[in-house]
Design a protein around this ligand. Sequence first.
Ligand SMILES: Cc1cc2nc3c(=O)[nH]c(=O)nc-3n(C[C@H](O)[C@H](O)[C@H](O)COP(=O)(O)O)c2cc1C
Length: 335
Amino acid sequence: MLYRRIIRPLLFSLPPEGIHHASLWALSHTPASALIAPFARREFPSLEKKVFGLTFPNPIGLAAGFDKNAEGVAAWPRLGFGFMELGTITPRPQSGNPTPRVFRLPAEQGLINRLGFPNVGMEVVAQRLEKIKAAGRWPRTPVGLNLGKNKDTPLTEAGRDYVACFRRTRDLADYFVVNVSSPNTPGLRDLQQGQLLDSILGPMREEDPDAQRPLLIKIAPDLNEEQLEAVVLAVEKYRLAGIVATNTTIDKRGLSVQEEGGASGRPLTSRSTEIIRSVHRLTGGKVPIIGVGGIFNAADAREKFEAGASLLQIYTGFVYEGPLVARRICEGLSR
Ligand SMILES: Cc1cc2nc3c(=O)[nH]c(=O)nc-3n(C[C@H](O)[C@H](O)[C@H](O)COP(=O)(O)O)c2cc1C
């Protein structure tokens, strides 16, 4: 109520990316998250889950892209998230696309972004995570790390980028995600298919032949049935631990804002649920799915679970519903 009535209108009167950085800074460098924690953090013993060998205190996670550079690791559990996915990181730092590159669609409860993986690079992120580990401040909630390729790395050499990120960080996260589904790095989504996909997953599996680290793949909501089947075959072939479904969509038909980039939030809700349902069917329910796309409340969350998801993540719902969103969803689910 307070967030939707007063704080959100204030935040929404300022440019989206500026507000994102300011909020992230406040959550990471001030007592803000500790002050919010008494309202946002609850224990939900009935929602605890074991998935791909990790224990999740609740199934609602922070989606990739919100904390690309691992700045707010301590903050996310305080806001009630049961896990976090940091990144996308790339081997070398890069600045992403020219601004403006994030757009709000308030009428549709959506966002369009074309950030293009701006990030400080794997080395800086690795050092941040090392520091947290060394200080004994590793969170009790699982930490995922989402891996990408630099914009200027040719697609045929993309495998090298993913392997480089994994090599540097393999002891610094609890699970890893091969991101081949962002619409904002030219050609990236072509890596979801055929030989290009093999050229990434093959070398990644060689790095960890005994599959000691859970390795997942994040897919686009714009894949057709045949493409989904190919992804599922690759997941089995390379013994991946799970599938993150989905990234943002390039299908912006009917939206009030027409900008280049990927759409998220409410316009994505049903499409991403359909993809989860298809993946669940194609895998016979044997491969855990992290469901993401347009989750705002417990009803949305329940639909994703019913479609076959084991865990969920939120990005746009967090922007629209505010810092108590994870607690509210967990409360609804545990009822
Ligand atoms: C501004 C913005 C930046 C994002 N950055 C990333 C990213 O770096 N890596 C990634 O895998 N997904 C990224 N995503 C996609 C989200 O993780 C999520 O898959 C998608 O937004 C759908 O969930 P939502 O409807 O809850 O936002 C980003 C989304 C937004 C809105």
